[in-house]
Design a protein around this ligand. Sequence first.
Ligand code: NAP
Length: 261
Amino acid sequence: MDLGLSGKKAVVCAASKGLGRAVAVALAVEGVDLVINARSHETLEITAENIRAKTGVSVVPIAADITTEAGREAVLTACPDPDILVNNAGGPPPGDFRDVSREDWIRAFDANMLTPILLIRAVVDGMIDRRFGRIVNITTSGVKSPGTYPQLGVSIGVRSGLTGFMGVLSRQVARHNVTINALLPGRFETDRLRETIKFAAATVGRSVEEQTALAQNLIPAGRFGRPEEFGDFVAFLCSAQASYLTGQNIVLDGGAFPGLI
Ligand code: NAP
């Protein structure tokens, strides 16, 4: 299927590795020119070069912390008028909320709630004027099933705030062909997942291998997700065909969410 994205411009945040990189690759395969971002210059450059070599699109890497004002400004200067914005950043560390300071909470709000909102504020009116916009927020399946992740209360708490705000905003821009959706990853094979599993294993005194097998066993698909599966889904959410799909929080988790709706 031609997703109708050739020649469009996208900003993909936190995209040198993991889910963000997979999204960048999937959009590039569709002919989308990219501005990608991450903090570490070296990994980001390698990712940018690999995507250029594979797809031939323009890839501008901006090494910056997207959770800072300077970082967001650098990214928006490189692409002030994106057709597609994919919001992503590292998640807050796992742990017991009793150990989380006020400063840690504020850092988490900045990274996983306010940063996406501020980026959207900067680009949404241009999307409205051009009558095309696709915004995808990468959150977590924990927003729908918080009980599954007892160590990730901070992450789930602040991302739920983002989810609530997007529920309002998405309805205000829908008539201009600007969609806002969230994709809620379950467990995908990335560095972040490996860290989370290591933390859980250490907490309960299991080996990483045992913890991995246990985690996979809880997923009806019997395995972790592959980042490419996530990237391709985001590319579809950004497509011309997906113009009637907005304000949704879509779980991609191999069937792990236990509810019906
Ligand atoms: P990952 O493999 O660790 O990759 C994170 C990417 O984000 C890297 O490119 C990293 O590069 C970049 N990054 C992190 N903080 C950044 C910042 N402040 N500014 C700019 N770039 C930043 O993680 P992932 O698994 O892809 O996770 C992506 C998001 O999905 C996270 O928020 C995570 O909590 C969420 N999530 C993941 C899973 C999963 O199973 N993988 C499940 C639920 C939710 P630098 O370190 O160089 O900046």
